[in-house]
Every structure is written in structure tokens, then in C-alpha cells.
Design a protein around this ligand. Structure first.
Ligand code: SF4
Length: 676
């Protein structure tokens, strides 16, 4: 008799944290079913979620460890593969080794990986592609409100009466959040969208759309704040009781030249004023942002300006308020929480001697590293041995040509993944990993919601879960005692001791479908939907205003490269396309990239819809198909992220300096030609 099981899990794509049921027939994963009483998605999933199972069942999965000999991959055994990796890692000095990880991994995988790097290799050289999304968010939010997390819940966005969408194309990139906004609108909420592209989000959701000149976001927000201040709409009580530094901001805004703001942003002042009043007069106003704000040389200033706007209007500490960073990956928040980062141990505990000592005691080990490790691009450039788990720098990192050259120089490159990616092709050793549907564990979504995943099927071939691979390696390298984990449940019990925010969360409690939002200090605590109620997590409990002046991008258009290049996601694909392009239904919807170009620019360049076009920056060239549309500003070109044959990062380039080291992904100068 046929047996059919419905196994609950979390969608492996974006950070919304939608629940889905995996359908398992006679032990085989055959589909998904919507999870109707899941609180985040209520049975509604976007196209990616509805096809989530397909990346697991793909016939392109990696099945066996592969070693490269004379430039050709050959299958090898796990025993031989792990012995060789142990030998290479063992013979390299701590500062010669780097680890790049992925927010596709579970919390349990990431916890074990960071522990391995610190305990076995005595280094903090580890990072992931979130560096490219939110390395500006962390310093901006820590220096203002004391924490880099989303302060409310995606569900409570419905309670906002004004939502300022500062950049993200939510209907394509976070469709379930867009759904909450539609509900808020039905209750009367007003929506402001600022984006150089008139996206589907701008067309469908905006009551007020601002087609802003690219990379001028903090100038726009400063202009909005000046109108709020001039009109006396600031929340004087909140400013007095909960913040400091307002006088400096006020002084700066009083001297602001609004004519200059209009010129910089290319938004008429009456429109900026309308946006300011729409936001400033709301009871609960919520700001949502992502890479379009953060991935700039001036990303820190952009985010600080948004925080200033929320603080001066008292929009923190209530449902449906705050400045909310949207993390791209399913476990984007969990990645930060688990600490596989160069500057934080688990629980965002700063890398220093005191923290290292605390973890030496907890883990019963010695000589943990107490100085910050290398960040993503430094490891790609400088480490002799690089171990990459679930990441694809050949597509995700800026300036692909430079990345390729750097990876070719590696003495030993290991890639652990579910598919043969562009980066895996360059490796000396490739290890087959399990997907999130093939292991137990937890993931933590964009709003700090920790949720359970349940193993639906066994991994194919010899593929293994990431945590198991690292435990086995640690044992081979002489650290058996610290890595004697039997199961993800076992690992989670240690996570609860290492990450204070997770202390009250247990696997048992996570059986209920709502998950638990951290911080959750005790086992009878319900979790925390809204943060910063009453006080901010700063030394004195107050938030700090920071003046955020406009600074131009690092590379601006000129005579030789006269167009601005930007990029983003589309609804059918995710990140570098590793998983979605191997999902037949998604790939059929959009099998290739394109370049959006304004009709005026197209006419000037004799380009028509469907023509092949060549885009060239100072770093490289890509070719793709022209899509002529009024929805993009004149002078701006947009290419989606997901297609390695026209990967935007062949063009992107300059990086900001410390502390963020953020590559300017969303703005560089290009020239455009029709390919004859
Ligand atoms: Fe998955 Fe995000 Fe779509 Fe939900 S909105 S189904 S989490 S990709």
C-alpha cells in the first residue's frame, strides 16, 4: 500500500520563513503542499516556495566526493576526501586558511562550522555573502539603536498605517511581506515607494512613488526630515525620553538646502514634502529596506538617515514600526546569530579576549582566537587554503574576473555544495552536501523567528549534512571531544548555552508552527515580537541620532562610461540561480537574463526590444538581451542577478573602506552598445 507523509519544513529560499509541507510518497520526495495554518504565509507561497522540493530532487545533485586530478574531477571516497582535507588544513597556518559559508545552511550546521574554525584552526577567518548585503546595516544600526536586527515581525507590518518601502521590490523578492502590505492598505495604510525603477511593487502598492536618482537615498530622507521638523511633526516626547544627539541633527537639518536636495535626488520638493507628511503624520510607520539601500559605498549613511527618521517620529517599540533590514536568505538572521563571522562569536558576542575565554570555558578547549578574522574578499584574495560551504563567489562576489584569478591562485580549494556551481568547477575537492529537506534542524527568518525543519528524506547518493562533515573532520584532526554531537538536537542544546537570545527555545517548544522570535530568555517566555520597547539595547538604553550627510557614489558616469548600472532579483529565481535555475518550472518561466533600458536611451543607441546588447564597465563585459521599458529611469540599466552568463558582478567593482568594506553593487558606470 502506498504511504504518503506530509513533513513540515521551512521554504529554503528567502528570509520570510514560510512554512511548507513536503509530500513524501513511499520514501520519495514528490512535491509540496501549502501549510494553511502556518502564521507567516497562511498557505500562500510564491512561485519559488511552490517548487521548493524540486532542487532536492534534481538529477544534477552532487552525489559523491570529487577530487581533481590533472584538471579532471574523479569520484573518491569520503574517507580519502576527508583525509586529504584534514592534511591540507592541518599543514596550513591559522592565518592562511579561510572559510566562506552560506545562510542556506541550518543554524546547527553554522554553529558546528564556526566552532570547527575556531577550535580546530584557531582563526576567526570566516564570513559569508551577507557581508555583501548587510555589512553596512550592522555598524549603522549598532551605532544608533544598538542592534542590527528587524525590530518587529513581518506579521505586524499589517498594523502599520504608513509603510515606507525604501528600495526593495517586495512583490518579487519578499512576496509574503508584500501580501501583508496589501492587507495593511485594505485597513487604510499609505505606502511610499522610493526606487529608480517603477517595479511591480511601485505600480501595485505605492500611494506615492518616488523615482529617485540612484544612490541619493540619504539626501531624500534628510529632505523628508527637514519638512517634518519645519512642520513640527517630530515626536518631542519620544526624542526627550528615548534618544540623544537630536540637537546635532536638528542643527544640520535647519541648515539643509532643500533646493540642493531636489537637485541631487531629482524628486520635486512638493513630492518629498508629501512623503514626509505621509510618514510623519502616521501613528505607526514602518520602514523596510534591503540591498538597494545597503549595497552602496554610502550604505551606512543611508541606513542612519532612515533610523533618524524613525526615531524623530517615535516609530520604534510598537508593532508595525521601526527600520527593518530584510535579509535575503532563509537563514539570514540565523547566520548572524550563530557567529560564523570574523568579528562575532555566537550571539553577537564581540571577538576579544574576554569572549574567547568565555567560549574556552564553555567548550572546554584552549587557545581560541581573540582577534578579528579576515572578511570575505580578503580571504578570497589572501588565503592559501579556502573552504567554501554552499556559497558561490564566482557569481556573488564583486568583480568576477578578480575573483577567478584569486581562486586560481589557491593552493587548495574545497567546495561543499548540493550542485556543481561555477565556484565548485574551480575547486580541488568537491563534497556533496544535503539540502535542508534532508536533515533536521532550525532556521531563523528575517524577523528573528526560529523554526524547525524536519528531515523528509535521506540525502541522495553519498551526500551528507554539513554539520556531520565538519564533526567528522574535527575528529580526524584530534578534536573528538568538542565535536561529539549525535544529532542536530544535540547541537541545539549547546546553541542554547552559547547564544543567550536562544536560551529559552527548545526543539520541543518549536513543535508549534509559529516558531519563537528571539530574544527568549527562559523556557516559559513566549518570545519577543517587538523589540526596543521601553529602552534600546545600548549602554544607557537610549538611541543615538547620527547626522548622515549625502556623499556621492564611488564611481560615477563619465564620457567613456555614461550609464549607471544596477541589478536585483526577479520572482522566479534566487541569488546566483544555483537552485532555481535547476528547477524546471522556475527556469521555464525565465530561462535567461535581460537588460532593462529606458526607451529614450534605447533610441539614442539604436537598440530595440530583444536586441543583443553589450555592457562594459572598467572591470569587464557582459552581453544579454535588451528589454526596453518606461519603468526604468533614463540613464539607468538594470540586469537581474541570477544568470552566470551575464552575471552583474563581472561589471561591479569598487568597495567602500572600513568598517563595512561594502562593494558598490548597486551603482557603477558602464557603456552600452548594440551587438551587431
Ligand atoms: Fe519561500 Fe520567500 Fe516565497 Fe515564502 S516568500 S515561499 S519564504 S521564497
Amino acid at each position: 500500500m502506498t504511504s504518503i507523509e506530509h513533513v513540515p519544513t521551512i521554504c529554503p529560499y528567502c528570509g520570510c520563513g514560510c512554512g511548507i509541507y513536503l509530500v513524501v510518497r513511499d520514501g520519495e520526495l514528490v512535491g509540496m503542499e501549502p501549510w494553511k495554518d502556518h502564521p507567516v504565509c497562511e498557505g500562500k507561497n510564491c512561485q519559488k516556495g511552490r517548487n521548493a522540493h524540486a532542487c532536492s530532487t534534481s538529477d544534477q545533485r552532487l552525489l559523491r566526493p570529487l577530487v581533481k586530478r590533472d584538471g579532471v574531477f574523479e569520484e573518491t571516497s569520503w574517507d580519502a576526501a576527508l583525509s586529504l582535507i584534514a592534511e591540507k588544513l592541518g599543514s596550513a597556518a591559522p592565518d592562511e586558511v579561510g572559510f566562506i559559508n552560506s545562510a542556506k545552511c541550518t543554524n546547527e550546521d553554522l554553529y558546528v562550522i564556526q566552532k570547527f574554525v575556531r577550535v580546530v584552526k584557531k582563526t576567526n577567518n570566516m564570513d559569508n555573502a551577507s557581508r555583501f548585503c548587510h555589512s553596512t546595516s550592522v555598524p549603522a544600526l549598532l551605532s544608533t539603536v544598538g542592534s542590527g536586527v528587524m525590530p518587529t515581525s513581518t506579521i505586524s507590518i499589517e498594523q502599520a498605517d504608513c509603510i515606507f518601502v525604501a528600495g526593495p521590490n517586495l512583490q518579487e523578492t519578499y512576496p509574503i511581506i508584500a501580501r501583508r502590505i496589501i492587507r495593511a492598505k485594505r485597513k487604510g495604510a499609505k505606502v511610499i515607494v522610493a526606487d529608480p525603477r517603477r517595479t511591480i511593487t511601485a505600480r501595485n502598492l505605492a500611494d506615492l512613488y518616488l523615482q529617485i536618482y540612484p544612490a541619493t537615498d540619504n539626501a531624500l530622507v534628510n529632505g523628508m526630515m527637514k519638512f517634518i521638523l519645519d512642520e513640527g511633526l517630530e515626536d518631542k516626547g519620544f526624542i526627550e525620553e528615548r534618544t540623544k544627539g537630536f540637537e546635532d541633527l536638528k542643527h544640520y537639518l535647519q541648515g539643509l538646502d532643500l533646493g540642493e536636495i531636489e537637485r541631487i535626488t531629482d524628486i520635486p520638493l512638493d513630492v518629498i514634502k508629501e512623503a514626509a507628511f505621509m510618514y510623519g503624520k502616521a501613528q505607526n510607520a514602518c520602514i523596510l529596506y534591503n540591498a538597494g539601500i545597503a549595497q552602496h559605498g554610502a550604505g551606512i549613511e543611508n541606513i542612519r538617515a532612515l533610523v533618524d527618521l524613525a526615531l524623530m517620529t517615535g516609530n520604534y517599540g510598537k508593532p508595525g514600526t521601526g527600520v527593518n533590514p530584510l535579509r535575503g536568505h532563509a537563514n539570514g538572521e540565523g547566520f548572524g546569530d550563530m557567529g560564523p563571522l570574523p568579528v562575532f562569536y555566537p550571539g553577537f558576542q564581540k571577538v576579544n579576549e574576554e569572549t574567547a575565554k568565555r567560549f574556552e570555558d564553555l567548550w572546554e578547549v584552549e587557545d581560541l582566537p581573540s582577534t578579528p578574522g579576515m572578511t570575505y574578499m580578503d580571504m578570497v584574495e589572501k588565503c592559501k587554503v579556502l573552504y567554501i560551504v554552499g556559497a558561490n563567489p564566482m557569481s556573488a562576489a564583486p568583480d568576477t574576473t578578480r575573483v577567478r584569478q584569486a581562486l586560481k591562485r589557491k593552493e587548495f580549494l574545497v567546495v561543499q555544495d548540493i550542485f556543481m556551481t561555477e565556484t565548485a568547477e574551480m575547486a580541488d575537492m568537491v563534497l556533496p552536501a544535503a539540502t535542508s529537506m534532508e536533515k533536521d534542524g532550525t532556521m531563523t527568518g528575517v524577523d528573528r523567528r526560529v523554526q524547525r525543519l524536519y528531515k523528509a528524506v535521506a540525502p541522495p547518493g553519498d551526500a551528507r549534512p554539513d554539520w556531520g562533515i565538519f564533526c567528522e573532520l574535527a575528529k580526524r584532526m584530534g578534536f573528538e571531544a568538542a565535536f561529539g554531537f549525535d544529532s542536530p538536537a544535540d547541537i541545539f542544546e549547546e546553541i542554547r548555552k552559547s547564544v543567550p537570545q536562544y536560551k529559552g527555545i527548545t526543539y520541543e517548544r518549536l513543535k508549534k508552527p509559529s516558531g519563537i522570535q528571539w530574544p527568549c530568555p527562559t523556557e516559559d517566555h513566549p518570545g519577543t515580537e517587538v523589540m526596543f520597547v521601553g529602552k534600546f539595547p545600548t549602554a544607557d538604553g537610549l538611541a543615538q541620532f547620527q547626522v548622515a550627510e549625502y556623499t556621492p557614489p564611488l564611481e560615477v558616469p563619465d564620457e567613456e562610461y555614461p550609464y549607471i548600472f544596477t541589478n536585483g532579483r526577479v520572482v522566479f529565481h534566487f541569488h546566483s540561480g544555483t537552485m532555481t535555475r535547476r528547477t524546471r518550472r522556475l527556469n521555464n518561466e525565465l530561462p535567461h537574463g535581460f537588460a532593462e533600458i529606458n526607451p529614450e536611451d534605447a533610441r539614442a543607441l539604436s537598440i530595440q526590444e530583444g536586441d543583443q546588447v553589450r555592457l562594459t564597465s572598467r572591470r569587464g563585459t557582459i552581453e544579454t538581451v535588451a528589454k526596453v521599458t518606461e519603468d526604468i529611469r533614463k540613464g539607468l540599466i538594470f540586469v537581474p542577478w541570477h544568470f552566470s552568463e551575464c552575471a552583474p558582478n563581472i561589471l561591479t567593482g569598487p568597495c567602500a573602506g572600513p568598517p563595512s568594506k561594502m562593494p558598490e553593487f548597486k551603482f557603477c558606470a558602464v557603456k552600452v552598445e548594440k551587438v551587431s
